[in-house]
Design a protein around this ligand. Structure first.
Ligand code: 16G
Ligand code: ZN
Length: 528
């Protein structure tokens, strides 16, 4: 059973500041690092319980992604590399908010409700980003695991998707890959180099790419990895953490939300560039054209490139496997139209947050999902893997396509959206198709759009339906939005309460930037 004495004793060393209330949101817990020690200890306890219940390895990642360096956060990773199950998110919130004297009772309640066999072993793997606070906080997680009699493995510095990968590998008996950094680097690099070999233009053009690493973990890991794939791609790292501050004026979130290049990177015209976020689970591309104009290539265009390539491969193999693309309400209207009308790929919309997209994408033989902000990956069903295994008997051309598909599957991180893996997928596809960054960008033109945040007394008065595209409450709000949208061409707008900040978010798009700005402003006034 639980050693309640030890729990009380250790919990006091990680005491909760009384009155502090936090919520396990779409990104786990996130706030100023100095408020998180008790949360980390308790998430160690919870991870151990979850591991006992599932009889599997569970992961804990200490990071606050694109948030400022002073912040930190923690997220649990379920056995298949996925986000924590919803009922356990609630447990996480209860446990984190319990005052010191109630903590034990809450812990016992959770293990009873979830029928956890406390005799069962627990194994938890822990990773952390490069924030100054992360090392100590991850130590508190491990304290929590230990107090419940669990074992842990500390991976130390990892990108978030690398931790998801480790968890997935450990729970699938090594079929997915080796649960080490070396295993991750080798699996991805081997697939990448094989793909690049098949590119007809690989020899004559030495491919190079500029990467803004947000002064984060992505820089360290890309440095460790680059010699594995340097035959196929040379990367030039910027914002590698040697000078600047994490996420400050750089990184994928900065580039996407300000629609401008990061500081600290010199960009010549038509050079291919990309940015990772602070924990390397998001990526966006961009370039400057000959006139010096900045062009952003976001998650929607990444999904388009990837899904059209995969669809072509499926057609070459000639199999009846289905492919679907999953987006959120933030997806640019042009991307949805292009996917549906030009590429004839079915598109689905889910609520914001990776777990919703991931879940939907699992319904297809090949499910490609991306948020516009650059978080995404592709998932492949066992039916696809079977087809590849049987491809030995196929004719030469089909066999080649099947081989390519096999390598692409190995190159994706199916446990989570992964900036490093996505970068290599994109670079391989561009090389194989002989596409320049401008040609990729020219697939369709984004509709001008605007995002705003609105401070309100209580953001919970706004509720939505239809994958957040329509407001249900307060009464009259959706009608007001409809009337405003009618005033503009090619227009669309929605509002939703943020899952990570105490604000309401407004999105609008229209035929011109001026119209999109106006519409967003008018909608934000309607929210009050
Ligand atoms: C979290 C989500 C991200 C989403 C964002 C929306 C995960 C791993 N991350 O960062 O996917 O885009 O929240 O934030 O699910 P918001 O609710 O504040 O707009
Ligand atoms: Zn991130």
């Amino acid at each position: 059973d639980m050693d309640l004495g030890a729990i009380t004793k250790y919990s006091a060393l990680h005491a909760k500041p009384s009155g502090l209330v936090l919520q396990y949101g779409t990104a786990g817990f996130r706030t100023k690092a100095e408020h998180l020690d008790h949360v980390m200890f308790r998430m160690g306890l919870l991870a151990a319980l979850r591991s006992k219940q599932t009889k599997s390895t569970v992961g804990v990642m200490v990071t606050a992604s694109h948030n400022p360096e002073e912040d930190n956060g923690v997220k649990l990773v379920d056995p298949l590399g996925e986000m924590l199950a919803p009922s356990w998110e609630e447990h996480a919130t209860c446990l984190a908010n319990a005052e010191e004297q109630d903590m034990q009772r809450v812990l016992i309640d959770i293990s009873e409700k979830e029928a956890v066999n406390l005799q069962q072993d627990a194994f938890v793997v822990v990773g952390r980003d490069t924030r100054p606070s992360s090392e100590k906080l991850s130590q508190s997680v491990m304290d929590g695991v230990t107090v419940l009699g669990g074992q842990f493995h500390d991976y130390g510095l990892l990108t978030t998707p690398q931790l998801h990968y480790m968890v997935y590998c450990r729970n699938t008996g090594g079929r997915y890959g080796k649960a080490t950094l070396e295993g991750y680097y080798q699996k991805l690099s081997k697939a990448f180099v094989e793909l690049i070999k098949q590119a007809s233009c690989s020899g004559d053009e030495y491919r190079s790419l500029k990467v803004d690493c947000a002064n984060g973990i992505g820089a360290l890991k890309l440095r460790e990895m680059e010699h594995y794939f340097s035959q196929g791609l040379s990367v030039q790292l910027f914002n590698d953490g040697s000078k600047g501050k994490l996420n400050h004026l750089c990184g994928a979130d900065f580039v996407k939300s300000h629609q401008k290049p990061p500081q600290g990177m010199e960009i010549k015209s038509n050079e291919r560039c990309c940015s990772f976020d602070g924990d390397a689970d998001r990526i966006v591309y961009y370039y400057h054209d000959a006139d010096g104009h900045f062009h952003l290539i976001d998650g929607d265009k990444i999904a388009t490139l990837i899904s059209s390539f995969l669809k072509e491969l499926l057609m070459e193999i000639g199999e009846n496997l289905n492919i679907g693309v999953v987006q959120t309400a933030y997806a640019n209207g042009s991307s949805t139209r292009y996917l549906e009308e030009v590429m004839k790929v079915p598109v689905y919309c889910t609520k914001t947050g990776v777990k919703h997209l991931h879940h939907k994408a699992q319904e297809f033989d090949i499910g490609v999902y991306f948020e516009a902000n650059g978080h995404g990956t592709a998932l492949f069903s066992t039916a696809v893997e079977m087809k590849i295994k049987q491809s030995e008997q196929l004719e030469e051309k089909k066999r080649k396509a099947a081989k390519m598909l096999e390598n692409i599957i190995d190159l994706f991180n199916q446990a989570a959206g992964d900036a490093i893996s996505d970068m290599l997928v994109i670079e391989a596809i561009l090389a194989l198709k002989g596409l320049t960054v401008q040609q990729w960008d020219a697939l369709y033109t984004d509709l001008p759009n605007r995002q705003l945040k609105v401070q309100v007394a209580d953001r919970r008065v706004i509720s939505t339906t239809n994958a957040e595209r329509q407001a249900v409450t307060p009464p009259g709000l959706q009608e007001a939005i409809n009337d405003l949208v009618k005033k503009y061409k090619l227009s669309r707008a929605f509002v939703r309460p943020s899952g990570t900040e105490d604000v309401v978010r407004v999105y609008a798009e229209a035929d011109s930037q001026e119209s999109a700005d106006h519409l967003a402003h008018e909608v934000s006034l309607a929210v009050f």
